[in-house]
Design a protein around this ligand. Structure first.
Ligand SMILES: C[S@@+](CC[C@H](N)C(=O)[O-])C[C@H]1O[C@@H](n2cnc3c(N)ncnc32)[C@H](O)[C@@H]1O
Ligand code: SF4
Length: 403
């Protein structure tokens, strides 16, 4: 996912070579947004559109041109991760993926151990393209399985069955070095017992990484309309908390502890691209409705592109880029992003880093209060992180800490 508001380490890069390797440098990544889906899921508010005929080669050429533009803004970085997100990137023909990866390699040095992830929907049609993606250079796949029973898959409006999902997972394991899959929990009526059983099964299939998202009712979606009419009831806060506790317990028992609120991995298998966002790294983002963060002339800059695919395509074909917003972030904004993102991580945030970013110290009294309320905790490393209760009210915790 693009991650619309990530933190920064601008001061780290203020001097010295642009791509200097530092132990605490999360590095540079490239996000590529593919905005098309075979059908729109009723819960989803991502920038995704259903189109009958898409000229994929035109989009491929436009993505490559926009990459050229971004590379001119942020030259000399070494690419450590690439993420094809959507939408449904597994609708891309492998040649499109290859064109994009070629454009990246033409513009920046690429690390030998670069992580290249592609989000895939687990229908059999899409699984047929896996080998082509592998040949193009993809080495990690993230499958949107969402549920392991057909009733809930139908409720979520998914186009695949449990059997198809498991088939795609099996195939993915034989093709890619690293795989992850997504499940959505806190579905209507889901009990902790039922979620425990499903998650136990999922952990049995999980190779190295799992993303477990609590169902969110997003505004202006069909689920929001049903919810407003009382026809879709999601677990209340206490029940959702029970489900989250089950999530932490079961994944921990299976050697896949949380390294972020919704992300679980075996040691060393965290998604490096996500860590670029959450640890305040820099990333270029291309494609319709993509959000990036680049340090341009020493200033952390948030860049967003046009959301509507056809408008974006026309803009790139006419002028080489589809940027709709380019915003230099203030020190305070950079520091707030750093808190919002970093507190989600099991490793937490370093208060000294916050100080160097914002020019302000986190107040001991506020930290102690939040620790006392059980919303954050101090780690032996000196870092601070949100507790499970703190995650539930993270924005309030950040506002309080930064005040
Ligand atoms: C942008 S989607 C792309 C993945 C792919 N198109 C798919 O659906 O499998 C990334 C993930 O976000 C999660 N997601 C999207 N909307 C959500 C919502 N309203 N609540 C919880 N999770 C959601 C799903 O688990 C999904 O796999
Ligand atoms: S969940 Fe995935 S497949 Fe469904 S609409 Fe969103 S991006 Fe498309």
């Amino acid at each position: 996912m693009p991650g619309s508001l990530e933190g920064t380490l601008r001061l780290l890069r203020a001097e010295g070579p642009e791509d200097a390797e530092r132990a605490d440098d999360p590095g540079f990544g490239v996000y590529v947004h593919w905005p098309f889906c075979a059908a729109k899921c009723p819960y989803c508010d991502f920038n995704s559109h259903v189109r009958r005929d898409t000229d994929q080669l035109r989009y491929a050429a436009a993505l490559a041109r926009e990459l050229d533009y971004m590379a001119a803004l942020a030259p000399g970085r070494t690419v450590r991760s690439v993420f094809f997100g959507g939408g449904t990137p597994s609708l891309m023909e492998p040649v499109v993926v290859e064109t994009v990866l070629d454009a990246i390699a033409r513009n920046w040095p690429v690390a030998d151990d670069v992580e290249v992830t592609l989000e895939a929907n687990p229908t059999s049609v899409e699984a047929d393209r896996f080998a082509g993606y592998r040949t193009a250079g993809v080495n990690r796949v993230s499958l949107g399985i969402q549920a392991l029973n057909d009733t809930d898959l139908r409720f979520l409006g998914r186009l695949h069955t449990r059997a198809e999902a498991l088939g795609a997972l099996k195939l993915a394991r034989s093709v890619f070095d690293r795989i992850s899959f997504d499940l959505i929990y806190a579905r209507p009526g889901q009990t902790p017992q039922a979620w425990r059983r499903e998650l136990e099964e999922a952990c049995g299939y999980a190779a190295d990484h799992l993303s477990l998202y609590q169902l969110t009712i997003e505004p202006d979606t069909p689920f929001a309309a049903l919810h407003a009419r009382g026809r879709l009831i999601v677990p209340d806060d206490d029940s959702a908390r029970d489900l989250y506790d089950v999530t932490l317990e079961v994944t921990g028992q299976h050697g896949l502890p949380a390294y972020e609120i919704s992300n679980h991995a075996r040691p060393g298998e965290a998604c490096r691209h996500n860590l670029v966002y959450w640890r305040g790294g820099e990333w270029a983002a291309v494609g319709p409705g993509a959000h990036g963060r680049l340090d341009i002339l020493g200033e952390r800059t948030a860049l967003s592109t046009i959301k509507a695919p056809e408008t974006w395509l026309a803009a790139v074909e006419a002028g080489g880029q589809g940027i709709t917003e380019r915003l230099v972030l203030s020190e305070a904004e950079v520091a707030d992003e750093f808190l919002v993102m970093g507190l989600r991580l099991a490793d937490g945030i370093d208060p000294h880093r916050y100080e160097s970013l914002s020019g302000r110290r986190l107040k001991d009294a506020r930290i102690s209060d939040l620790v006392g309320y059980g919303l954050i905790e101090r780690l032996d490393s000196g870092c601070l992180r949100a507790t499970p209760s703190g995650f539930a009210v993270l924005n309030a915790v950040v506002a309080d800490l930064a005040a």
